[in-house]
Write a protein that binds this ligand. Sequence first.
Ligand SMILES: [Zn+2]
Ligand SMILES: [Zn+2]
Length: 309
Amino acid sequence: MRRLITRRRVLGALASLAGLSLLEYESLSGKWDHARIRPATAAEAWAKAMARLVAEPALAAGAMVHVGHSTHLLSIAGVRLLTDPWFDDPAFGAMAHAVGPAVRPEGLGPLGAILVTHDHADHADMPAMDRMDKRAAAIVATAGLAAKAKARGFTDVRVLAPWESTDVGAAKVTAVPAEHDVYEIGFVVEGAGRSVYFAGDSRLFPGIAAIGERFRPTAAILPVDGTRLRGGPLQVMRPEDAVEAARTLGSKLVFPSHAESYFSDPLAGHVIATHVAGANAAFAALARERLPGVQAKVPAPAEVCPLPV
Ligand SMILES: [Zn+2]
Ligand SMILES: [Zn+2]
């Protein structure tokens, strides 16, 4: 009898281990991606921010309103462009928002374009895009992303290769090279005397110099959390890399990005991947020390940040 119970216990333990690893596999393979609807953390502030973009011509001409993580609303020459949408958790079945999003996708309001740098779940949240303004141009890195956007009902879908440009109203969007663990592009958006570079998830790479020379972007949004798989190469800039990138670009105003998530899946967080903790603050402190004359600004959700000319 005792032996039977013991065997049952052993078999039970094995079965639950097998069950857990199946769940883990399903989670990391993205099966549960974006299944948890996130509430807005700053919906009232968002509505006020959008009203300011209408009432204040200088902000309509050049402003960044932060949503969360790599998702930002740019207002350039009166055109609203959203970068790398991520609203609902988890991404990769394993990553969740620590901060934001400020607003839900259906509360964003009218959009001229949605810019997608690469096909990672924390940058290309298709269920969220399904709840946005479908009149927006979806400007994306790959044919695969274009097909996904079309499947969600976007009709104006444009794939840009590095150095190709496209117009959205009075704003000009140019794709620029990037380096990441998957194919990626960055974007430079120009208009009304402003130019802003959005680097997506890029590592620090030599091509940043060409982007600086070509555009001299007055503002830059640079990732800072230094994501890497354990034992693997760096996939995303660390705070010190972003400071070097900012120096090379010569921008007057720099925002850290991609540092507002945590690993909601314990295996991903402890075994598979790492990122720099407190990366926004680390970047701001390093930039103050090493880049005199450059403003480094950590934006809060729904904060309206004017972009310099
Ligand atoms: Zn990525
Ligand atoms: Zn990312």
